[in-house]
Design a binder for this molecule. Structure first.
Ligand code: AP5
Length: 270
């Protein structure tokens, strides 16, 4: 990676992942109402395109008052701002391939140093290659980033046909990042965000052709990451083919159980 590109990552990287929004009124809260009695620590949300990582991350952000760090959102933020990183990422993302590991790793590392990660964070869409996973594992072991808890990984699973329907039906708010769907989660006013009235957009990579490529990329490069965290043992799989609230309940219960187990691991290894 060139020095100028690295500078672009440093200056433009962290802005877009900070929107703490939900598009379900029943669950829409500010982080001021978050449950701070539970220390979530670092949480990985893994899964293929459209399993619901972003949707669930937004609920967890509001529930626990920790940030969502979505590498997809960070990259789209760079595209929107026209940064050098964004120009480079745009072509790659439009084909369903993955952006360079070094670039994404540096972007995440910069974000992890921010103060709002001290109680934990949700990594959404990262790591996506074994190289990224090894970078994350070694970085967290080497740097004493708070909180000093081991990573827990939750993999969401949904059948291929459902994913295609979700991806092609997804609409997003470009301002607050709320996520909608023409099949399952319509806004109150057609085509407008419930929270700020902005015109909803379809992501350029949410076409059937690009979805097919994204799935190939997932199977080739990200499925081994899922296996890596499964083998490490701080891992749970959740059925994402249920109503959003049921998926959330399963994720929360997985998180509580993993955190109890990993707290023990952490306590005994200190
Ligand atoms: P990214 O933005 O991360 O896309 P993705 O991983 O393909 O995931 P999606 O955002 O498509 O889906 P999601 O699981 O978040 O689902 P959502 O909640 O929105 O990455 C885009 C690109 O950036 C990559 O292709 C790559 O080029 C690049 N990139 C990103 N990270 C990278 C990295 N680490 N390394 C290298 N390159 C990277 O839900 C989908 C739809 O389903 C929504 O409409 C929602 O309303 C609906 N829905 C959600 N849950 C349910 C449910 N339970 N029932 C019915 N509908 C539901």
């Amino acid at each position: 990676m060139t020095a100028s590109l690295l500078r672009a990552v440093e200056s433009a990287g962290a802005e877009v992942g900070r929107h703490d929004t939900l598009n379900s009124e029943s669950a829409y809260q500010t982080t001021a109402l978050a449950d701070t009695s539970f220390l979530p620590g670092p949480v990985l949300l893994l899964g293929a395109p459209g399993v619901g990582k972003g949707t669930q991350a937004q609920f967890l952000v509001n529930k626990y008052g920790i940030p969502q760090i979505s590498t997809g959102d960070l990259l789209r933020g760079n595209i929107a701002s026209g940064s050098q990183l964004g120009i480079q990422a745009q072509e790659i993302m439009s084909t369903g391939r993955l952006v360079d590991d070094n670039l994404v790793n540096q972007m995440v590392l910069n974000r992890l140093h921010e103060k709002d990660t001290r109680r934990g964070y949700i990594l959404d869409g990262y790591p996506r290659t074994l190289e990224q996973a090894h970078f994350l594992d070694s970085t967290l072991a080497r740097l004493s980033l708070a909180p000093n808890l081991p990573v827990v990984a939750i993999s969401i699973v949904v059948a291929y046909d459902q994913l295609l329907k979700r991806i092609t039906g997804r609409r997003v708010c470009p301002i607050c990042k709320s996520i909608y769907n023409v099949h399952s989660n319509l806004p109150t006013t057609a085509g407008r965000c419930d929270h700020d009235g902005t015109h909803l957009l379809q992501r350029p990579d949410d076409t059937e052709d690009v979805f097919i490529e994204r799935m190939k990329t997932f199977n080739d490069q990200t499925a081994p990451v899922v296996a890596h965290y499964r083998n490490l043992g701080r891992f749970e799989e959740v059925d994402g083919d249920q109503p959003v609230e049921a998926v959330l309940a399963d994720i929360e219960s997985a998180l509580l159980s993993l955190r109890n187990n990993s707290s023990l691991v952490s306590a005994t290894s200190n």
